[in-house]
Design a binder for this molecule. Structure first.
Ligand SMILES: [Zn+2]
Length: 544
């Protein structure tokens, strides 16, 4: 029977199947859809995913279900669920009754038996299966990772940042809408292996066929690409970290043969949490715990289950990314990926070119960590090092340049010079309160920074985020005067800059596009040096 012939029957049933206790409106107000969002996404809000997953390592095949609970924000009856080829949906049910659905390449349109109206909730159960795309170079290539550990045992996970979880899981493959009430994940594996996921372990069920079902539960909202299974021969240990919200459960899961090395190396986790909470406020997911899980890829910011594959050594694969020695003093993956818990996982870009919100702020945490442990000049060295990697190939805000990392960090470093450490700390903490567990646009963040700094640095944000120009401080000395102005900048650019004359203590200049001048004590042989914490160019035009 074609499912459409059942529609009349569904209409009478549907009211009984739909509850009208949707309380998600307040959560939705923290989730702003980008302008181009299709209507089949827009009318409903995710509440919860209940996922069951069974991977078959030998066939490189997976099957499972996702029970999706959602609520209507407006009237609608067609929902879009994404699942990329070659994965496929086999059935969709609403309380046991099969629903009609149609495939359009990498997504499905699922037709509900009747319209839902604002406030109605419903749960659909989607069965899926297939041979998911394989990632040969994770995390830069998306897909399932079917690996062996050093002892030849199965080791599995997934890489899907950018592509999204729809590479394996039927889901709403957007950044702006997270399941407000979290997820649960049941993973069935051979009982010789351990399955790990986000959040807390709720149960382990040993089955008679030598498999075990591990159930993990997340109660906070979580982005789709953060939803992750890790399956391998793990052992774990626990640490209680006393943080700003009391005890934070920290669990470390590594392959059995790495435990000794890992235990020693990962002691820096406490120092890191102390530093990050000091700058940013409480770790955002106390309820779901903090976990670090050894993964068959270098690293990824999976919420409350950070993927770690850096060999339990400092730097990044033994190297450093800053061109300074400081990058070798701490573990890049531990610090960077854990930093994403605040910027990326709690505060999430709605997908509108906002990678700078995730990557730039997190990048800057590397400087703050370096400075907290080795002093201000160490942090300044680090920022100067990463600033050399800025390309200025596309504006940061377009999301089209890797400058989302280093240029944003350089800009935040300048903002910190301008407003001072105390205010900068308040700025980060307040931002983490304001946008706690929210999805936001770039313009919301820019507007927030402007309001916090009373619009004093508006042109700086516009210059560094919206253009590729490096502002140039042009200057010359003449008759005891120092004359200076900004060039190569947007109209009205007026960022203050710190300089020093003749190796004297630094002073602030307040250049604009028009020439300004100050009188110097010496009238001959003057020199001027820009403070290295400012990412600008300077040019003496004395000879012109
Ligand atoms: Zn990152």
């Amino acid at each position: 029977m074609h499912p459409k012939t059942l529609t009349a029957l569904y209409i009478s049933l549907s009211l009984a199947l739909i509850s009208s206790t949707c309380m998600a409106q307040s959560a939705f107000e923290k989730e702003i859809a980008p302008a181009a969002t299709p209507s089949s996404y827009r009318w409903w809000n995710l509440l919860h995913y209940e996922i069951e997953l069974q991977p078959d390592y030998n066939r490189q095949w997976i099957s499972g279900t996702n029970q999706i609970r959602f609520c209507a924000l407006h009237t609608g009856n067609t929902i879009r669920i994404d699942l990329m080829e070659p994965m496929q949906v086999t059935t969709v049910r609403l309380q046991g009754i099969a629903l009609d659905f149609q495939r359009l390449k990498d997504y499905y349109l699922i037709h509900l038996p009747s319209f839902l109206h604002a406030g109605d909730t419903a749960t659909i159960t989607i069965h899926f299966e297939g041979y998911p795309q394989v990632a040969h170079n994770p995390p830069w290539e998306s897909g399932w990772i079917w690996q062996q550990d050093q002892l030849g045992r199965p080791w599995m996970s997934i890489a899907c940042e950018g592509t999204g979880a729809a590479i394996w899981l039927p889901c709403k493959n957007v950044l702006y809408d997270k399941p407000d009430q979290g997820i649960s994940m049941k993973i069935r594996v051979p009982d010789t292996l351990v399955a790990v996921s986000n959040g807390r372990l709720a149960s382990i069920q040993k089955m008679s066929d030598h498999t075990a079902i591990y159930t993990w539960v997340v109660i906070n909202p979580i982005s789709q690409y953060n939803i992750i299974p890790y399956i391998g021969k793990y052992i774990s240990w626990h640490n209680n970290y006393t943080g700003l919200k009391g005890n934070l459960d920290c669990d470390f899961l590594v392959l059995d043969y790495n435990s000794e090395k890992a235990k020693h190396h990962l002691q820096q986790t406490d120092t890191m949490l102390h530093c990050f909470e000091g700058w940013l406020g409480p770790y955002p997911f106390y309820e779901d715990s903090y976990k670090l899980v050894e993964a068959p890829m270098p690293g990824m910011e999976h919420q409350s289950a950070i993927a770690y594959g850096n060999g339990f050594e400092n730097g990044y694969s033994g190297n450093n990314l800053s061109g300074t020695s400081w990058g070798l003093k701490w573990d890049f993956i531990l610090i960077h990926e854990s930093g994403h818990e605040w910027f990326g996982n709690s505060i999430t870009s709605n997908g509108d070119g906002g990678s700078w919100i995730h990557e730039g702020f997190t990048k800057y945490l590397e400087t703050l960590y370096t400075q907290d442990r080795w002093g201000t000049e160490a942090g300044n060295d680090y920022t100067a090092g990463i600033s050399k990697r800025i390309h200025n190939d596309a504006p940061v805000i377009t999301g089209a340049s890797s400058d989302a990392y280093n240029k944003t960090a350089a800009m935040l470093h300048m903002l910190r010079q301008l407003i001072g450490d105390s205010l900068f700390r308040s700025f980060l903490q307040h931002m983490n309160t304001q946008f706690y567990h929210a999805t936001i646009s770039s313009e919301q963040v820019i507007s927030y920074i402007n309001r916090f700094t009373i619009y004093k640095y508006k042109t700086m944000l516009d210059q560094y985020l919206r253009t590729t120009q490096i502002p140039q401080l042009s200057y010359y000395f003449k008759g005891g005067l120092f004359r200076y102005r900004w060039e190569n900048c947007i109209t009205g650019f007026d960022m203050p800059v710190k300089v020093s004359f003749n190796n004297d203590p630094p002073v602030w200049l307040y250049p604009v596009e028009q020439w300004k001048e100050i009188k110097l004590e010496k009238s001959m042989d003057n020199t001027m040096k820009v403070d290295r914490n400012f990412y600008i160019k300077s040019r003496s035009i004395q000879d012109q």
